[in-house]
Design a protein around this ligand. Structure first.
Ligand SMILES: [Zn+2]
Length: 358
């Protein structure tokens, strides 16, 4: 099919999360549960809006039992974070996220277990099957982050956790199964994939193979080894956005001065470094222009986990000051919560048409 026509067709195929899935999804109980969940989240979003606070939906965060929920909810209320999509550490199972929702239904969005531990990368097919079953229950609205190519994080390098250098082949049956599940269910899928010249062509092939999968490529512009990337930048991301109508990016990032201890390089290319407090830098104009040009493709995220959850306040404050505050009102609202809302609930942007400007 001629590519422009094909793109148009794909854009017109709105797969609402879960409405296309198996029998469990259609049961009245599940439909009622999902409707009530969405109304609770809408209520909390509107409560912030009524106080002229721009609400945020944090789409990328890993839950572990070390995280203090009372403290998290207090932070969310104070920082204007309406909801967190807490993907549990896989050892806890997806139901840990559902349990958070049961306890605090307006704060948390049930998200399937995070693919960032050996449960995933040592047994991808089993993990994919478990994820499929979890989604078939009708209880989940988003799929946690799956690592495909992953360098050890800051804390992991410092702790000598070089076992966290992960490569899942792009033809891996478990990985392909995850993409197929994303296509079938319409539930968005979060991915971790390092940015390097040698890795990009294969990733593009994978995206082209599953055009209906709603993919969130986590950590926009996080490059661990600059010498391994000559292609990726704001123009390259714009090119991907034009080619792949269901591709999104999240802003779960460290700050402008952050150095990855593995490469000893500054690893956040969307920021220029000034070292001026409080954040030590600013959002580069070409990246701000990218967000303004394609405002429907970017999502707010904190990227907290068991070792970083106490940074939640600074993650959210930095996101607001360095990124959201620099955007036009319409773009700011899309990135802060409306894009996440569309992916999670399947509702069109029109539901926020009269939401006014924040
Ligand atoms: Zn990640």
């Amino acid at each position: 099919m001629e590519s422009k026509t094909r793109r148009k067709l794909l854009q017109s195929l709105t797969v609402l999360p879960f409405l296309t899935t198996g029998a469990g999804a259609q049961s009245p109980e599940i439909e009622t549960f999902r409707r009530n969940a969405v109304e609770g989240w809408r209520k909390r979003i509107n409560a912030f809006r009524e106080r002229y606070i721009l609400p945020i939906i944090d789409t990328e965060a890993t839950y572990n039992s070390a995280i203090n929920l009372d403290s998290m909810r207090e932070s969310m209320d104070r920082l204007g974070v309406a909801q967190i999509c807490f993907a549990p550490f896989a050892g806890l199972g997806s139901h840990a996220s559902y349990n958070l929702y049961e306890r605090y239904p307006e704060h948390f969005i049930p998200t399937t277990a995070d693919g960032s531990s050996p449960h995933w990368y040592h047994n991808t097919e089993q993990f994919a099957e478990t994820t499929r079953q979890d989604l078939a229950s009708g209880k989940y609205f988003l799929m946690g982050e799956f690592e495909i190519r992953h360098y050890p994080s800051h804390q992991q390098v410092l702790a000598g956790r070089l076992d966290r250098d992960i490569t899942i082949p792009l033809v891996d049956p478990g990985l392909l199964a995850i993409f197929a599940i994303a296509e079938k269910t319409g539930i968005a899928l979060q991915l971790h994939y390092e940015i390097e010249d040698a890795l990009l062509p294969g990733f593009e092939t994978l995206l082209a193979r599953f055009p209906l999968a709603k993919v969130i490529w986590c950590h926009l512009g996080q490059v661990r080894y600059a010498e391994r990337n000559t292609r990726y930048g704001s123009d390259y991301v714009a090119g991907l956005i034009k080619r792949f109508p269901n591709l999104h990016f999240d802003l779960g990032l460290a700050g402008p001065t952050h150095q990855h201890p593995g490469s000893r390089q500054r690893d956040q290319m969307i920021y220029a470094e000034t070292r001026i407090p409080p954040w030590g830098g600013y959002l580069r104009n070409n990246w701000r222009d990218l967000l303004e040009t394609y405002p429907e493709r970017f999502l707010a995220a904190s990227d907290i986990d068991a070792s970083r959850w106490q940074n939640f306040t600074s993650q959210i404050e930095r996101l607001r000051m360095l990124i959201l505050d620099r955007l036009t009102p319409q773009c700011r609202q899309l990135v802060a919560y409306q894009n996440a809302w569309r992916l999670i609930t399947g509702e069109p942007y029109d539901v926020w048409r009269n939401a006014g400007k924040l």
